[in-house]
Design a protein around this ligand. Structure first.
Ligand SMILES: Cc1cc2nc3c(=O)[nH]c(=O)nc-3n(C[C@H](O)[C@H](O)[C@H](O)COP(=O)(O)OP(=O)(O)OC[C@H]3O[C@@H](n4cnc5c(N)ncnc54)[C@H](O)[C@@H]3O)c2cc1C
Length: 404
């Protein structure tokens, strides 16, 4: 029988994450939305707490983005609820509080997930406890990550990196940046590898920070790499160019990070729904689960539709994370979850603003902020359209060359 409740072993972690979201994120939400680019110093004490939560998670992982990993001990362990699931559950709770602040959490960057996903044991140990951002996007390449131009050339014990990276979340604040670069442009996707670059490496220059629609608590940086020398052992995973394997190595990161971003969207959507329910009830609109939607107030009927989308997004997200924990190939499910959660979050946030009228649009409540924050969750780690393309390719058995 299917049990749709959260695994009991994660309940302490989820309730701790909720407490952080309610007592630290929510009260500081508006402050850092207004003070764009200033570091939320309240997060420093939280970092220690989160480290504790990750440690306490033991083999079941923790609350932050660094928790995701497919350990070989997961193989054949039966039905396992591990670090991917616990991380996604923690992220959902924290983003119910504030997604911009979650993205600003020290040591919980998407680069940390990349390291957790593809690093070998030695690298995992070496980069443990460091804050890592992720730099894939370039001025000429976003959705089509195979078109990366940043180059990496082996020179003695170092790779020499040259190129440009844009829209790097936490780029200014993180200590490390996981940079995607190609070892040989003529070899196509298989030559794209990820390199861990220390922020203070000569030749790794911060160009500017972006002003944004939403997630303003989170810094978004542009970098230039000019003859930036990175130790050879900082290449994550296998240095060989394996044309058979193609993009497999680096793309594996997305199978773990897309459910995380879907989890962020689920958290924001729940925040919007809860606030809207409260405001509707204050206006005398009750949501009745005993009667068909069409027999209820129009606002209640809309609410029920949104809740159905929210539940579908949540379950797809948990499924994708659970599959990662159980070492099942989950690229299809990770993209389905990201597509459904990203779109639902944007639709729900805007509809909630609409249903709540001027209260939803004004700055006295957080609904207008959540509507702005929501959009990025349907863009980064692969846009809505790209997720649907991946789903179509997988279902139809087409390659990226056949269906683009
Ligand atoms: C706030 C913010 C934070 C970010 N953080 C990071 C980060 O930490 N690291 C990082 O590497 N990147 C980051 N990004 C970049 C993000 O991942 C890219 O913006 C995204 O992948 C889209 O790429 P693009 O902007 O170049 O758009 P494009 O790829 O140019 O796409 C433009 C539009 O065309 C659509 N499109 C493109 N190709 C197709 C197709 N084949 N079929 C149908 N539609 C298509 C897209 O869906 C999109 O709607 C961030 C972006 C933002 C805005």
């Amino acid at each position: 029988m299917i049990n749709l409740e959260n695994p009991r072993k994660f309940s302490a972690l989820v309730s701790q994450a909720h407490q952080v979201a309610a007592e630290i994120f929510r009260p500081n939400s508006r402050k850092y939305d207004r003070a764009e680019h200033s570091y939320p110093k309240e997060l420093d004490m939280l970092a220690a707490l989160l480290d504790g939560m990750n440690a306490a998670g033991g083999d079941s992982g923790g609350a932050g983005a660094a928790g995701v990993r497919r350990d070989s001990k997961d193989a054949g362990a039966g039905n396992r609820n591990g670090s991917n699931l616990s991380t996604v559950l923690g992220v959902m709770e924290l983003c119910w509080g504030d997604v911009g602040l979650l993205l600003s959490m020290p040591r919980q960057g998407l680069g940390n997930s990349a390291i957790a996903s593809v690093a070998n044991d030695e690298q995992l140990q070496r980069f443990k406890g460091r804050w890592a951002a992720m730099a894939i996007t370039e001025p000429h390449c976003g959705s089509d990550s195979a078109a990366i131009r940043t180059s990496a050339r082996l020179d003695g014990d170092h790779y020499v990196l040259n190129g440009e990276k844009i829209f790097v979340t936490s780029g200014e604040r993180a200590e490390l940046v996981v940079v995607w670069a190609t070892l040989d442009k003529s070899a196509g996707r298989a030559a794209i590898k990820s390199f861990v670059v220390e922020r203070n490496t000569p030749g790794f220059e911060l160009v500017r920070l972006e002003h944004k629609l939403g997630i303003r608590a989170s810094d978004t940086a542009q970098f230039a790499l000019v003859n930036c020398r990175v130790p050879r052992e900082n290449l994550l995973g296998d240095a060989r160019i394996d044309v058979e394997k193609g993009f497999g190595g680096v793309m594996q990161t997305f199978d773990n990070t897309r459910p995380l971003v879907a989890g962020m969207a689920v958290g924001v959507a729940r925040a919007c729904l809860e606030e809207t329910r409260k405001l509707l009830e204050q206006a005398g609109v009750k949501i009745d689960y005993e009667r068909p939607a069409l027999c209820q107030h129009a606002a209640a009927a809309e609410f029920l539709k949104m809740e159905a989308d929210y539940e579908a997004a949540r379950l797809l997200t948990l499924q994708a994370a659970w599959m990662a924990d159980n070492r099942k190939p989950n690229s299809l499910e990770a993209s389905m979850a990201k597509a459904k959660a990203g779109r639902s979050c944007v639709d729900i946030a805007l509809k909630c603003v609409e249903l709540c009228g001027s209260i939803g649009y004004a700055e006295n409540e957080l609904l207008e902020k959540w509507a702005r924050d929501a959009k990025i969750l349907d863009i980064f780690e692969g846009t809505q359209q790209i997720q649907l393309l991946i789903v179509a390719r997988r279902l139809l058995g087409k390659s990226s060359a056949e269906l683009r």
